[in-house]
Design a protein around this ligand. Sequence first.
Ligand code: ISE
Length: 347
Amino acid sequence: MSDLRIAVLGVGVMGADHVARIQNTISGARVAVVNDYLTDKAEALAATIPGCRAIADPLDAIADPDVDAVVLATPGPTHEKQLLACLEHTKPVMCEKPLTTDVETSLEVVRREAELSTRLIQVGFMRRFDHEYAALKALLDNDELGTPLVLHCAHRNPAVPPHFDSAMIVKDSLVHEVDVARFLFGEEITSIQIIKPAANPAAPQGLADPQIAIMRTATGKHVDVELFVTTGVAYEVRTEVVAEKGSAMIGLDVGLIRKGATGSWGGQITPGFRERFGQAYDTEFQRWVNAVHRGRSAGRSTGDFTDGPTAWDGYAAAAVCAAGVESLDSGNPVEVTMVDRRTIPRA
Ligand code: ISE
């Protein structure tokens, strides 16, 4: 089977990481096209990869006949147009979160994909592919903990870029726990409240950090998340499920603990999400490439080109985050408004 020819759109930090990943780690695929609004950057990168071209217009890159599949690592506001182009040209696509930046356009993407009867869109919620999350999910699915009741999470970043505002803590950071909760519990989130404790004095002026999110699922399960994105220390993502027959926790992030002749002991802290979730990204991309190969063998018209979170998962996350942003303003719990999945056949 020949290698999938992939176009990577957006070669900033994450996109460039994915280019390197596809070239160096993933089998069955190569980067055939790169695109970025900084055309010089895309051209310079293309020149380092054998057989790779830079294409200036993202829609031309998607339509290119020598592109089999697409990775979107472009800014969120451009996703809607680019996803619809992927659907129009029947190109499988791995879309970094968010699916789109609002609920209406996310739903439109879900509907348009469903009309094709072909699952082409996978959303990059990489945590589902992390070994620890996968182990937690297996514990729950094998019923080893009995009925899950409560999910406690902590999501801490050492720092965020200067443009990061209070709503982005919900839409860019909490969105991962929204997906994790839906993934682990297998049900939708129906309400969300964001509480703003006293702000970290070291946070930029006006940034409501930390935040506490409280969510409720369709069967009444409780989820709480501490979000703290200016700790100045390390990247920490902890998740604990409390269930009928015990509890389980992941993300202690202890790794190697070394005891020194100096009488001290210690380990290494994780600096950021690329290090913490490197394995998850690798597994996510390898499984996606394999799924696209399988979809192509099965025939383009009836295939499934995904193995992971779908457009529906992207839409559900957008709906919960929109309600979260509303609650950030009011401080009150907000009901999540979503269409009934059964009204969209094949979603
Ligand atoms: C970032 O965009 C991510 O996706 C990281 O996983 C998350 O920890 C961080 O808070 C986000 O800004």
